[in-house]
Design a protein around this ligand. Structure first.
Ligand code: ADP
Length: 497
């Protein structure tokens, strides 16, 4: 079945159409209080719509709708649930251009380089998990020949999913697709900066799914996210966001004794050995640092350790490539780099840049500020490559979530492995070398959930994704993740004596 909604390519019109609404019980409804909050286009500083202001009453309505729908959903054969989830992927594909335009409008991510890419890969997660319904298998256990002993996989019940604004649709897909296939009801809390694209995506999916099995709320963390975590009918929380909020969510979940999956921050090292292919490494630094996403990525290669023999050459080549990137209106096809998502984030990024200079670093600002007509209030930040800072700098220790990277010189392999691991985070890491022994050794010693050699790919379905240390708890995006996080194992014994 394809979507019965007509794609709306004007993102301003779509933002207005979705204003003031949650999706509860398969319908777009206003907040119980009637309250809303402004959603702003960060490229122009203009209000583009008002999102429904979710609070405890809305959370309760959404959780109840999910619980009601889940009674029938868990009885639908698993492969049929999967078929419907895969169908969601197809419906989303029909709407990918409007979703891309909407996310560009509300987050400032450039349409051509980022927003379309996210909308394009969205359906992939639904297609992948949609095919896994038949894998929700149990086991038979050789316990006693007179007692048939087995395990079955049952849904956890109602899953609360809390998502951030940087790749909201993709991160939502990696949570809700497996949760739904496993037979759960779902309530999503979108990020305050990016409520409309995920609401629209869920509205499209609601054309395919039974009403109420997927609900979406907009609102702020303490007013809307917190009541979702503490709602007595929610049996599992899956969260992506900052370390601080992850800890708060985790504490509440601990009090309630419910499981949590946390995908948190990162400070991913990229090690460029002296024998690396320089062009390949420079291209990898641009992709890894997510310059086209203004560096707003948990896996951003924000600590680039470069061997002293090629350090200057590397910095020069990297700067030249970033200089050639075009900053501008996210909705303009010419634009490579859009804006920072919000004024708070903008101030934070600027403060880090100032701090790096105060610490004695050299800030190499890249790329030209855009022509300002119509964009004077835009949250544009020139990408900055810092040299002269050490791994002890705050810029190398804290997650900036902006287009700021530190290139740090090294001489000794043992020393650089120690520096790469000297961080509270452990999400991703890369090493660039032509030497197989060095590559293999580094993959074993780098403390991260995702280690790559000579490339810097992004998250993909079927590749386990998640961090160690403060970067998170639990992995996402695979069959095992679906089984571990969205089902529980029940043991059944049938006495045949
Ligand atoms: P970011 O810095 O990326 O905005 P946050 O961790 O603050 O990261 O936000 C990630 C998500 O967590 C957002 O949807 C936000 O609204 C939500 N959130 C923030 N505070 C809380 C909270 N106390 N309880 C539950 N969710 C929260």
């Amino acid at each position: 079945m394809s979507s019965t909604l007509t794609p709306v390519l004007d993102p301003y019109a779509l933002a207005k159409e979705l204003s003031g609404k949650h999706l509860i019980g398969g319908k777009l409804v206003p907040a119980a209080s009637g309250k809303t909050f402004d959603v702003v286009n960060p490229a122009k500083g203009e209000v583009v719509g008002q999102a429904a202001y979710g609070e405890a009453a809305d959370v309760d309505a959404a959780v109840r709708a999910a619980a009601e729908a889940q009674k029938a959903w868990k009885m639908v054969p698993a492969r049929e649930r999967g078929r419907l989830v895969a169908e969601c992927g197809r419906a989303l594909t029909e709407h990918k251009e409007e979703l891309a335009r909407l996310i560009a409008l509300e987050t400032g991510k450039a349409l051509r380089t980022e927003s379309r890419v996210e909308a394009n890969v969205l359906s992939d997660a639904f297609t992948f998990f949609g095919g896994l319904g038949g894998e929700l298998k149990g086991e038979t256990v050789p316990f006693n020949p007179k007692m048939l002993t087995m395990t079955v996989r049952e849904p956890v019940g109602i899953v609360g999913a809390i998502i951030p604004w940087n790749v909201p649709m993709m991160l939502m897909a990696l949570k809700i697709a497996p949760a739904l296939v496993a037979g759960n009801g779902v309530v999503v809390k979108s990020a305050e900066e990016a409520p409309f694209c995920v609401l629209r995506a869920c509205q499209i999916m609601a054309q395919v799914l039974p009403p109420g099995i997927l609900n979406i709320l907009s609102g702020y963390g303490p007013e809307c996210g917190a009541p979702l975590v503490s709602h007595p009918k929610v049996g599992k929380i899956t969260f992506t966001g900052s370390v601080e909020t992850g800890k708060i969510v985790s504490r509440t979940a601990a009090d309630r004794l419910i499981p949590v999956t946390l995908e948190l921050g990162g400070k991913s090292p990229m090690i460029v050995m002296g024998d690396a292919d320089l062009d390949q490494a420079v291209a990898g630094a641009i992709a890894g640092m997510r310059f086209t996403r203004q560096g707003q990525s948990c896996t951003a290669a924000s600590r680039i350790f470069v061997h002293s023999s090629i350090h200057d050459q590397f910095v020069q080549a990297l700067k030249a490539k970033v200089d050639a990137m075009v900053m501008g209106d996210p909705l303009d096809e010419k634009t490579d780099i859009g804006t920072i998502v919000s004024p708070d984030q903008f101030k934070k990024v600027k403060a880090y840049i100032d701090h790096g200079v105060t610490e004695g670093g050299t800030a190499h600002s890249c790329s030209a500020m855009p022509e300002l007509e119509g964009l004077t209030k835009g949250l544009f930040v020139q990408p900055v490559i810092f040299t002269g800072l050490t791994n002890a700098s705050r810029l190398a220790r804290e997650e900036i979530f902006g287009p700021v990277t530190c290139v740090i010189k090294f001489d000794d392999y043992e020393d650089v492995i120690a520096q790469a691991n000297d961080t509270e985070f452990g999400l991703a890491a890369t090493i660039w070398t032509r030497d197989l022994r060095t590559a293999l050794d580094a993959t074993q010693r780098l403390e991260a959930g995702f280690v790559q050699v000579n490339q810097n790919l992004v998250v993909q379905p079927n590749l386990s994704y998640g961090g160690v240390k403060s970067s998170g708890l639990g992995k996402e995006a695979t069959l095992e993740a679906m089984l571990e996080h969205f089902t529980h194992k029940k043991t059944i014994i049938i006495n045949m004596a």
